[in-house]
Design a protein around this ligand. Structure first.
Ligand SMILES: C[S@@+](CC[C@H](N)C(=O)[O-])C[C@H]1O[C@@H](n2cnc3c(N)ncnc32)[C@H](O)[C@@H]1O
Length: 263
């Protein structure tokens, strides 16, 4: 199970916050932030919501678009992450309202927002279809709903022997509740009645070992594999680390983004 299903109940929320900070700053995730924000079609004065906002980086990017006359709400199930999001927003001088809430039952009236988004959160939810339904419900007719999620069935990782890499990758896939949600996004949107869909897929390419640790949460993953007494896994991890450190290894995962309009 991934700790992001219940950050406040996790042994070390600070480790999870560090994990989010590392991911938030990597290539395509950081580089694509502005592009993903623009998919929402917001203007100054607009109202938007980011569900599963984590540290609030995307909510702040949207706040820059809607400006002081707009309103952005970041919703998350973790008070620990919301506290950090508020602190980061003060430092960044962006006005975002961060509130505790559940993606499965948002505390907002129908049609409250011009745009609703979620990123790397549906993968952890008990019922992603219901959460997409909620995003559509709180968005006005003609407004935009957007989701951006990885697909854990698409991880490519350099390493040998390949059987052990498969063990590692299938453990990474098993930790995530909805591991294939990336490729399922378009269907979830279709089923929620969202129209005029744009579907994008970007590869997140990883060349640095520290980023690999963050992307596939290697510390948690290796602990789980070790518990199953797979004695060769430490040797594989040491070899992978070495190959990344000398610059001969690469990993990648596909990040799917879908945006569409509420009918
Ligand atoms: C992997 S993090 C992604 C955070 C952020 N969207 C980002 O891209 O950095 C998943 C987030 O979903 C939140 N979360 C998990 N279950 C939730 C739920 N039922 N309702 C709202 N947020 C939830 C977690 O607390 C966490 O902040």
């Amino acid at each position: 199970m991934s700790s992001f299903e219940d950050v406040d109940g996790a042994a070390d929320p600070e480790r999870l916050a560090r994990h989010l900070r590392a991911l938030s700053e990597i290539g395509p995730i950081a580089a694509g932030r502005r592009e993903r924000a623009e998919l929402l079609g917001l203007r100054p004065g607009g109202r938007a919501i980011d569900v599963g906002c984590g540290l609030g980086d995307d909510a702040r990017a949207i706040a820059r678009i809607v400006g002081p006359s707009g309103h952005v709400v970041g919703v998350d199930a973790s008070t620990a992450l919301l506290d950090r999001a508020r602190t980061r927003s003060v430092a960044d001088d962006q006005r975002v309202e961060f509130v505790l809430g559940d993606a499965h039952r948002l505390q907002f009236d129908d049609g409250t927002f011009d745009a609703a988004r979620t990123e790397r959160t549906l993968q952890h939810l008990a019922d992603p279809a219901r959460a997409v339904g909620e995003l559509a419900r709180v968005t006005r007719a003609g407004g935009v709903v957007m989701a951006s999620e990885p697909d854990w069935g698409t991880v490519a990782l350099f390493g040998a022997p390949s059987e052990l890499v498969r063990v590692l990758l299938s453990a990474a896939e098993e930790r995530i509740r909805n591991a294939w949600v990336g490729r399922e996004l378009a269907a979830l949107f279709f089923d929620a009645g969202i129209i005029e869909m744009t579907v994008l897929a970007h590869a997140v390419v990883v060349r640095e070992f520290e980023l690999l640790r963050a992307v596939i949460d290697l510390p948690a993953l290796s602990a789980e594999i070790r518990e199953r007494n797979d004695s060769d896994i430490d040797e594989l991890l040491a070899r992978i680390e070495h190959d990344f450190l000398i610059g001969r290894a690469v990993a990648a995962i596909t990040l799917f983004t879908v945006a569409g309009r509420v009918a």
